[in-house]
Ligand binder design. Structure first.
Ligand SMILES: C[S@@+](CC[C@H](N)C(=O)[O-])C[C@H]1O[C@@H](n2cnc3c(N)ncnc32)[C@H](O)[C@@H]1O
Length: 229
């Protein structure tokens, strides 16, 4: 997969992309992540990419010209057309299901906003899919892009040490994941459930399924409701 990120702050990605699974996935050629600075497409020598909102009001709005020029330039960097995604709190909420669908794409182009957000003509004219990572407002789309990349890349074949690692993850089967334990067997008086020490894999699988269901009913009953709809 190739992921292009269009941003005014490419340096924000240095650290998250250079550690752990995301670093390994890039080193192993599973994903190619390319950063492009929208400011490089400013039309004037001041490298201006934002301006005051028409009609008045606080803050600055991202101008359409540099964003369109940047998207058009980035599109040409690969033969793969790619799925263009605008990060905005006004988009559809990102979910594990969405991460799964995006992980099947060959190329994603993520556009991170800043300031008061995008000039409306960016939303209308690009026809991009709009994604929000939740009902809150961030200072910029960079962290939202990171969240999406992190969730998508771990689903790419070969990204995790064990292909099955993400199979039982919370939300993958519409449930929260079952409780996990590791050594020691007893910690501060809390014991690992006997069933997990029994070696009976069939019973362990049944117990985990039951635990996942109970936990979901208790903490996130909305997930069970969503499954029925
Ligand atoms: C301060 S926000 C602008 C919010 C905008 N004024 C609004 O109310 O819809 C600046 C940028 O951060 C990004 N952003 C903020 N919250 C986000 C969220 N929940 N999901 C995705 N991107 C977000 C978007 O790219 C947005 O253009």
């Amino acid at each position: 997969m190739r992921i292009d990120i269009l941003t005014l702050f490419p340096e924000m990605f240095d650290s998250p992309l250079s550690a752990s699974i995301l670093k390994r996935a890039q080193d192993d050629g599973i994903v190619d992540i390319v950063l492009t600075n929208i400011r490089d497409f400013a039309a004037d020598s001041y490298r201006k990419v934002d301006d005051k909102p028409y009609g008045g009001g606080p803050g600055m709005v991202m101008m359409p010209g540099p964003v369109f020029d940047c998207v058009e330039h980035v599109r040409e960097l690969s033969l793969e057309k790619g799925r263009v995604i605008l990060l905005t709190p006004q988009g559809r909420t990102f979910t594990q299901q969405k991460a799964g669908r995006l992980s099947k794409e060959k190329r994603l182009i993520l556009i991170a906003g800043r300031y008061e957000g995008f000039d409306e003509r960016i939303r209308i004219g690009l026809g991009a899919e709009q994604i929000s990572i939740g009902d809150y407002v961030l200072n910029g789309g960079e962290l939202a892009a990171m969240v999406i990349i992190d969730a998508v890349v771990r689903l790419l074949p070969g990204a995790l040490g064990d292909e099955d690692s993400s199979k039982d993850d919370s939300f993958s089967q519409g449930l929260l994941e079952y409780p996990q334990y590791t050594r020691p067997e007893v910690f501060r008086g809390m014991k690992v459930p006997d069933i997990l020490l029994s070696g009976d894999h069939k019973k362990i699988a049944q117990w985990r399924q039951q635990q996942a269901l109970e936990r979901t009913q208790k903490i996130r009953p909305d997930l069970l409701k969503d499954n029925k709809e």
